[in-house]
Write a protein that binds this ligand. Sequence first.
Ligand code: AMP
Length: 120
Amino acid sequence: MSYDPNNIFAKILRGEIPCKKISEDEFYLAFHDIQPRAPIHALVIPKSAYKDVYDFNQNAKNEEIIGFCKGINQVTQLLNLNQDGFRLISNSGVYGGQEVPHYHVHLLGGKKLGPMLFSS
Ligand code: AMP
């Protein structure tokens, strides 16, 4: 399946809908999740169009990958996540439960988050 330019994060990147911005540079945009699952719940997305982590790691230029990873660290610093720790999640595809088909990572923190997954 190809990238859908009408997904909600693409609209945020184009300024068509608002977000609670944390920070950005040429490679990434970070904003607060609209439905936080932890006291701190940020989303970091690349500025270019990639549908998931596999697409990004496979097709992005090295400078985009480095810029995005550095962006994640900038956000962890801005939100003071590094001192007590945090969780980074990227959902992909149907089994991963991905809702928005623009690559993003969730940064969750602000309390002990408990087990990574509920047992099935
Ligand atoms: P995922 O299931 O990994 O695709 O996660 C998508 C995330 O995007 C969910 O945690 C949603 O709460 C969040 N989300 C959806 N729409 C918005 C929005 N307009 N602004 C901020 N977060 C959003």
